[in-house]
Design a protein around this ligand. Sequence first.
Ligand code: NAD
Ligand code: MG
Length: 407
Amino acid sequence: MTRATQQPRGVTLLGSTGSIGLSTLDVIARHPQRYRVVALTANTQGERLFEQCLQYRPEMAVLLDPAAAEELRAKLRAVGLTTQVLSGLEGLTTVATLPEAAIVVAAIVGAAGLLPTLAAVRAGKRVLFANKEPLVMCGHLFIEEARRSGAELLPVDSEHNAIFQCMADGFRAGRAPAAVRRIYLTCSGGPFRSTPVEALARVTPEQACAHPNWVMGRKISVDSATLMNKGLELIEACWLFGVTPDRVEIVIHPQSIIHSLVEYVDGSVLAQLGNPDMRTPIAHALAWPERIESGVKSLDLLEIARLEFAPPDRRRFPCLDLAYEAAAASGTAPAILNAANEVAVQAFLDRRIGFTDIPQVIARVRARLPAGRDVQLDAILADDAAARAEAARAIAVLERPVQQGVR
Ligand code: NAD
Ligand code: MG
């Protein structure tokens, strides 16, 4: 059967108003014969969600807050749209499991995406994973549930999508690839790669969010500045590719052109290259095993001319060691690390603590809260909550007027 005679595949987009959400809609809009938007969701951005509903006419839309959802419902009714508006976690779970949605894009930021994404996996969907935090917290659970339900768990995080593309024998989440010696995760180094270490304590949220190569949401931008993003990605890679942390190497590559590499036992190294634009991994995971146009411009190798590599500076970026430690500790340690990081990053964005306080908060939480061995969902969620409370206490201790803006 040719594509032209097939029905477009339904897509639920969890987190449609964010950076990944917008990139996904851009790709989908290029392929109306292949994809149709079934549901869109957002946290609080009612106005943007309203505009997206006007453009994409989904069957359902979800806003987390019931009052905001009611407002959206009234506005949609006023313009004659029949989109059904839901709210809360229940609404997110409903749209993540809709029979009409063959594909669910997990693009909520942070642990908030865990339960709806898990529901999509349990419902056997093709799940495009941008939302890395739930994988960090309990990757084993996602892999197990995908095996059980037949869900396709496909990485969209650019590094993991690159590794997926470099898997010579194909990819299945959690399956250790044959004959792989090592995985290299590339890392731009973020905006503070060469900022003097003494100046880091005073950098502002605006400086931290000004990533040299990627335009992203604020949380992942700060993670990219502390390099915790690479730490989270290390743990994400271990689950997705069934490898231990010692087989994953982090390499600073300031140009962000090589998105990651896989080394095989015969000495071959496969890499995936492209302009730093999330529409490439999104289009790849949407259409896999086919390839579709993404809107990303061609890579101009002659213009780039140089590709550089360096080891990460672990003294400058203590978050990397914190992530390696949590990966080695296993159990609920990665969930504790992630929760402490989420709370610390928000406090930094709110100007309550300084940039270099972020790893201090995480280290304090890890020291005070022993990681559990039980990795069932309830235990993970309990330690996530305990870590958030502990991080709030650590922040209260650290909190002081932060003098920012001097680099
Ligand atoms: P973003 O902040 O731009 O967007 C987040 C989306 O999630 C928004 O639609 C927001 O309304 C929604 N949301 C936020 N909190 C929510 C909550 N409590 N409940 C329900 N919905 C909520 O973030 P982003 O940059 O698009 O990143 C999304 C995820 O993808 C993150 O986990 C990030 O690590 C990952 N990711 C992003 C990029 C990128 O280039 N932006 C690259 C790789 C991975
Ligand atoms: Mg990434």
